[in-house]
Design a protein around this ligand. Structure first.
Ligand code: TLP
Length: 351
């Protein structure tokens, strides 16, 4: 039996701050960040700008606000944003590109949440008053719905060429950029250099309770700053939570490799279980998707049975289940989750 119950694999957003992180939060120097007076927020912003090789960075409450303030700062109503059809900005941000920026999305297919430069070239609109104006390319790395997959620098570089040819901006949804860096051995700035804006989250695998950031040029970040205020994201004594993000950057980056190993271990075990299909090769970081054979059961049924055993996973569609590893799930807990999956999948299908 694992001593960690429940084993919550629904998302890496569920982590709770450890005692040392809470201590750092309790001891944080604070000020009013809307006045720019919070020394801990300022320290975090400088740190993120340096990490990503950008002039400036801004702390925001969530990954969604990071993406949406960056989009708003680089577009006008009627513009078109080119993105993958499985991107977070399209599926999980409540229609915000349309709702907050008045933009259309031009969505591209591609395995693992990735697309090719030629596909981008094909959908760029000519300058003509009939058409929406192609304005911004969005890449998500790691790619959540794609399976925690990583983009290669070469693939990004090829897309950057197209962006330069057509004077398009590029935004990186880097909610899990540190997972990509740890998995591929690249520095954050090696990825970030291709982008006008980069978002990153502290409240996913890095284990902070709240917060994300956007980095870019000084001019761009001052535009993002304005939209952060407009969208209601100006915070006051935010140093209390920024301290958790700084703690996370100091202590929780290298350990992401353990989450990746645990995800791999889970996927390899799933590959040998009945009634499910998993692509082990796609598991590069901390996200595992598997499909339940419809002749056997549904994703929700499997998750309900696992739940009874204290293992929580997410049914993301009728047949697809997601499991995400993170710092509150040990290797022992993963072994327990594997045992629970064995038990559930060996049982007769539920009526
Ligand atoms: N993703 C969440 C859910 O919204 C699906 C999760 O559990 O994975 N970009 C990416 C790639 C994300 O995966 C997420 C969160 C966000 C942005 C948004 O971050 P928050 O939840 O802080 O707004």
């Amino acid at each position: 039996m694992s001593d960690q119950k429940p084993i919550d694999l629904r998302s890496d957003t569920v982590t709770k701050p450890c005692a040392a992180m809470r201590k750092a939060m309790a001891e944080a120097d604070v000020g009013d960040d809307v006045f720019g007076d919070d020394p801990t927020v300022n320290r975090l912003q400088d740190r993120v700008a340096e990490l990503l090789g950008k002039e400036a960075a801004i702390y925001v409450p969530s990954g969604s606000m990071a993406n949406q303030t960056a989009i708003r700062a680089q577009t006008q109503p009627g513009d078109e944003i080119i993105a993958h059809q499985d991107n977070h900005i399209y599926h999980y941000e409540a229609g915000a590109p349309a709702g907050l920026s008045g933009c259309m999305l031009r969505l591209l297919p591609g395995a693992g949440g990735r697309y090719e430069a030629d596909a981008v070239r094909e959908v760029i609109r000519p300058t003509n008053s009939h058409f929406a104006q192609s304005r911004l390319i969005v890449i998500e790395n790691t790619h959540n719905r794609g399976g925690g997959t990583c983009w290669s620098l070469d693939a990004i570089e090829n897309i950057k060429q197209v962006a330069l040819e057509h004077k398009l901006n590029m935004h990186l949804d880097g909610a899990r950029i540190m997972n990509a860096c740890v998995a591929k051995g690249h520095t954050p700035s090696a990825y970030a250099k291709y982008f006008d804006t980069v978002s990153m989250c502290f409240s996913k695998g890095l284990g902070a309770p709240v917060g994300s950031a956007v980095a870019g040029s000084t001019e761009m970040i001052s535009r993002v700053h304005r939209f952060r205020k407009m969208f209601g994201g100006g915070m006051r004594q935010a140093g209390v939570i920024a301290a958790a993000a700084l703690y996370a950057l100091d202590h929780n980056v290298e350990r992401l490799a353990e989450d990746h190993q645990n995800a791999k271990r889970l996927s390899v075990a799933l590959a040998n279980m009945p009634h499910v299909d998993v692509d082990v090769e796609m598991v590069e970081t901390n996200i595992v998707y598997f499909d339940v054979d419809p002749a056997y059961s549904t994703a929700q049924q499997v998750c309900d049975c696992l739940h009874e055993d204290g293992v929580w996973m997410l049914a993301v569609s009728a047949q697809r289940v997601r499991a995400v590893t993170h710092l509150d799930v040990s290797t022992t807990a993963i072994e327990f989750a594997i045992d629970a999956l064995h038990r559930v999948l060996s049982a007769k299908p539920a009526e």
